[in-house]
Design a protein around this ligand. Sequence first.
Ligand code: NAP
Length: 490
Amino acid sequence: MSQDVEKQLLADVPDGLYIGGEWRAAADGGTLEVRDPATGGAVKRIASAGVADGTAALDAASEAFPDWASTPVRERAELLRRAFDLVQERKEDFALLMTIEMGKPLAEARGEVAYGGEFLRWFSEQAAHVQGRYGANPEGTGRMIVSQHPVGPCYLITPWNFPLAMATRKIAPALAAGCTVVVKPAALTPLTTLYFAKVLQDAGLPDGVVNVITTSSSGPVSEAIIADPRLRKLSFTGSTQVGKKLLEQAAGGVLRTSMELGGNAPFVVFDDADLGKAVDGAIAAKFRNIGQACTAANRFIVQAGVADEFARRVTERVKGFKTGRGTEEGVMIGPLIDDKAVSKAEELVRDAIDRGATLRAGGGPIDGPGSFYAATVLTDVRPGSDILSEEIFGPVVTIMAFEDEDEAVRLANDTEYGLVSYVYTESLARGQRMIEKLQTGMMGLNVGVVSNAAAPFGGWKLSGLGREGGAEGIHEYLQTKYTLTANPFG
Ligand code: NAP
């Protein structure tokens, strides 16, 4: 990838806040710097919103709401469809931008453009399928009408790990439902959302329907927006720790909330599994996004009879991975998002080894520029190791063995999280038992990646509230009204 192409792309990304259809500097002139985690170098300086800018963005969203809510559904849907087409046209730009600011390999970034873009198409199709009900009440004295209405202006907070998909997964259903939004991407990866706002502008989105604020003060800026009585909905994707804090703030305004929070996914391999498929699934479930996904397999729980062979095959694959900047051909392991993430992986791996785990591959940071951590495999991970209870968010495989199905279920459910689980077995009945027993909102049964715009994505337990995608996704942005009318026949 030539440096000129990168330079031109970065120059094309707006550097202002997008408020009321205009690009503007922060009121106090604040800025923040975006870095490339593969080199540590600065790539672009952009505006950093303060509290006044957050309020201005909510002003714009509130003003635009009545017109957007009453815009015919077909028009809203067609706008989303145009945005989908524009994302396809600019897919190489979006992919490169995500690789630059977030570090994922270019091939994966292209995959995210496909996945993230799909929310625009999916919700353009779903928009016209929101329906109400009409019918007589059981007493026969009246007629009941149940109708759906947009909840109002929304605040959408997204994380750094999937810069495009986490934005479209919220913006598309909100717009389809008739809501207006203020979007706040993570300070580490704000460029993709700014570039996406340009797409929406080019697609003809009316001013103020989508507003984007980038900021290095997410706490105070968000708190003021959430406390504003004009806001009616908060949708957040990020850590459980921050999600809990935001839920407390949202309680003040009794806001509708959607919370897509952390995970600690078990990946269970039974001895009747097709081991080749299980290893392929394990590599996808663990190493996609360099292990920095809420859906990343965090704990490999493998039946004793196949545990050694599974570990041997995974280790062999891991030792063959190429590490480097995501723009280089054939790279599987890009950088972690920052040095803090490298230190966290280091601590978790050290703790696991100190408690008796065996290191089979990798095991530490990689010297040189950028925030790289070697793809790592640990076996015989002991109960009580921190790595089993915390989200690793890095390229580290932890394998432990189990004897029977009951033990597998107990180990898999032994976490306060419940986002996704993965199960490999050739037995249909066993697979069905796992669907009923594992406490997660999603499951991959002989499949290592579950995300799909047409499916309800979301977790149980501390992994969150609500669903994104699927037929459910649009209902997060709708509120129900029941009306009773008199019996028209007297
Ligand atoms: P994070 O630290 O919780 O940040 C998420 C977002 O919240 C960012 O935009 C961040 O902005 C903002 N934020 C942080 N502190 C805030 C505060 N006090 N008030 C308001 N906003 C605040 O999480 P992350 O490190 O970016 O993302 C990784 C986490 O997200 C993992 O736990 C992962 O599992 C989870 N995740 C979940 C899903 C899902 O669908 N369930 C999907 C992807 C990721 P700044 O960073 O700019 O402060």
